[in-house]
Design a protein. Structure first.
Lengths: 105, 139
């Protein structure tokens, strides 16, 4: 198993543990529909979303001002440790969730 | 329709099927063959061209193989995902994607996973994949 496959398996495991797995029950068996992790060079948006939500939940618990999260009402910019923008979150639910947790924390 | 053909359709619509949730409490029973249920899922899917979102369909129980699917197979529970998250296409287009990675390519994607990972295992695997990918690109 190469490193990419290993990462894919770990991300699938992460996805299952986050409760995103849906089991389709059938009469004689049941199926789990698993996400395809990489689509070409891109990460499956659902997996990316899950990673972001998990990261923000962890960050807000630890320290909402860890320096590499720039949060505003319209977007959240997550930066690398060196301060370089890594990704931009525009999903309203994720932003509101993060901001409300930060305020509560 | 053969079980294999049904599975192929399931793969095509699995982007939508992955959002299916088992209903709470006593589920409504859909006493239709698997092919009918899959057609139903396809009919509610907004994905017009879903190959890039194809998912693997595999038995939840590892002891059961996917080829155990037969035309007689019946789904017992199916639920439709909420329809309250329909975005205004124009607004979505002008605002940009919900989550956007700032750089394109596999290495930046892997670097993003590395940075977002909250477990040591995923972080280590992402780091390993970045190194491996960079070596491949250098050749």
């Amino acid at each position: 198993m190469d490193s990419l496959q290993k990462l894919e398996e770990l991300l699938k495991d992460f996805w299952r543990k986050q409760g995103k797995a849906s089991i389709i029950a059938a009469k004689h068996t049941e199926f789990m529909v698993e996400p395809k992790i990489f689509m070409g060079d891109q990460l499956n948006p659902e997996i990316l979303k899950l990673l972001v939500i998990n990261y923000l939940a962890y960050a807000s618990k630890q320290d909402s001002g860890i320096g590499n999260i720039e949060a505003g009402p319209e977007k959240i910019v997550i930066k690398t440790k060196s301060g370089k923008p890594l990704l931009i979150v525009r999903d309203k639910n994720i932003i509101q969730g993060y901001l409300s947790r930060s305020l509560a924390g | 329709m053969s079980g294999a053909a049904a599975l192929n359709i399931a793969r095509k619509v699995a982007g939508q099927a992955s959002q299916l949730a088992l209903p709470q409490g006593k589920p409504d029973l859909f006493n239709y063959p698997v092919s009918r249920i899959i057609q139903y899922i396809a009919s509610i899917s907004n994905l017009k061209d879903p190959p890039e979102l194809r998912h693997a369909v595999r038995p939840a129980n590892p002891e059961l193989k996917s080829n155990t699917v037969t035309p007689e197979l019946q789904f017992t529970t199916v639920n439709v995902p909420g329809q309250d998250q329909v975005l205004d296409p124009e607004a979505a287009e002008t605002a940009g994607p919900a989550i956007e990675i700032c750089a394109e390519g596999l290495v930046p994607t892997l670097m993003t996973i590395y940075n977002l990972a909250t477990t040591k295992a995923i972080k280590a695997a992402a780091k390993e994949a970045v190194i491996s990918q960079r070596q491949l690109e250098a050749v």
